[in-house]
Each structure stands twice: as structure tokens, then as C-alpha cells.
Design a protein around this ligand. Structure first.
Ligand code: FES
Length: 108
């Protein structure tokens, strides 16, 4: 078991998370208000952009292979190195879908 430092951009929060635990578990233990919902890698509520470092997240089914290189689903992701994460950041495909839905609603 190896402990890694996980730093969150813009919040000043830093926690230690074992490579055997998820980042979300580390946040909950530390009292950090990381958003989550399904906890099974499907809803993207717990998404964070990976600024530095590597995670393993084979069960992050809501992310494409390409997205999983830049985004972590913290309910599934386990640190493989020290990390810098930007919480509440979502893959561009999700941001585009939200924008399209907003535009469609505005057209009605
Ligand atoms: S809480 Fe749903 S994907 Fe992580």
C-alpha cells in the first residue's frame, strides 16, 4: 500500500489517499465536500480534471478511454502517483451536451 498526496486546485485542500482506496473515500474521510451520487462510475457527478498525476479507474464506465486520461471519476479512481485535481470539472462531451440542451430549451 502506498500513500499519495492529492491536492485540490483552488481550495487549499490536500489529503493523503492510499493506492488501495478511491479518492472519494479519501475526501469523505477528510470531510471534504466532494460531490457524488451513484458511486459506481456511471453518473459523472464526482468528476474532476486531472491537472497532474495518474490514476487507475478501470470501472469508470461513464468516461471514454480518451476522457479517462484527463478526467477522474473520484468514486472509482485510485491514485497511482501524487495528484493535483480540479474538482467539479467535466469532460467536454458532457459540457457540450449541456450547452446543446440549454440552446434547445432557449429555442422553444
Ligand atoms: S458518483 Fe457517479 S460517477 Fe462517481
Amino acid at each position: 500500500m502506498t500513500e499519495h498526496t492529492v491536492e485540490f486546485v483552488g481550495t487549499g485542500e490536500t489529503i493523503q489517499v492510499s493506492d488501495k482506496r478511491t479518492i472519494l473515500q479519501g475526501c469523505i474521510d477528510a470531510g471534504i465536500a466532494q460531490e457524488f451520487s451513484c458511486r459506481v462510475g456511471m453518473c459523472l457527478a464526482c468528476s474532476a480534471e486531472i491537472i497532474e498525476g495518474e490514476v487507475t479507474q478501470p470501472a469508470a464506465r461513464a468516461l471514454t478511454e480518451e476522457e479517462a486520461e484527463s478526467y477522474a471519476l473520484t468514486c472509482m479512481a485510485r491514485p497511482q502517483s501524487d495528484l493535483v485535481l480540479d474538482r467539479g470539472k467535466y469532460p467536454p462531451s458532457i459540457e457540450d451536451a449541456a450547452t446543446d440542451a440549454t440552446d434547445a430549451a432557449a429555442d422553444d
